[in-house]
Write a protein that binds this ligand. Sequence first.
Ligand SMILES: [Zn+2]
Length: 272
Amino acid sequence: MIDSHCHLDLPQLFSSVDSVLERAKSKGITRLLIPGTTPNGWHRQQVLVNSNVSDIDIDIALGIHPYFIEQCELKPALDTLETLLRNNKNVAAVGEIGIDTAINCPLHIQHDVLNAQLSLAKRYRLPVILHHRKSHHLLLAALKQRQFDSGGVVHAFSGSVEVAMQYIEKGFYVGIGGTITYPRGAKTRASVKALFGEFSDRILLETDSPDMPMHGRQGQTNEPAYLIDVVNGLAELLEQDASHIIDITTANYHRLFHRDGLSNPTKKTLAL
Ligand SMILES: [Zn+2]
């Protein structure tokens, strides 16, 4: 079982990462991906990969998250990002990048940073991990305008099946997380059910921990061990075995993030 999106470099999880990984392993997590958020976070990601002695394989993506754009010195950060992508063949994707219309950061700046990072992903033939909030139309337009053809995942997907289809047509995968564990996530549950019928080869699992607590765990720090709640929620929704969902989504993950056959990058160190 693979958690395709968990922020182990953020303080809530980083401070007790050994026990977080131990609990994840006990629930069947075999691999996880840590998306990037800031230059400081990129260094913590490096520490996590290089010091990983757990049985869980760790992949990383590097990028500037919209939440943190205003904390970054953008020019040096983007230059550093380019250097890291050029020198590290073990980076799985560019992300987490995107547009969030609910934050104060001006949209034109978010657009500039997104476009710069889409260009880097294109140059280094890497998929992207997209963050959205009330911004599907803006993201889809940006992908179209850049003729972005390197694929990726729209993470923590919520929305209609029509929107999901627009990403799938652009070669994207759809990240499914805790939203489907909530009764109020009816729209997303319906979308996921429809998608799984025809496009089960485009679904990934994720927690987005430490955020996005699962239904019934509100108020607790989310962590990769709770991915099992998403799997069980999907199994119930789709009336399929949990093991079947795990098998499909594991294959999907490797197809997206390990295109060159590299399946065990944690055995190599990362020089960030
Ligand atoms: Zn995230």
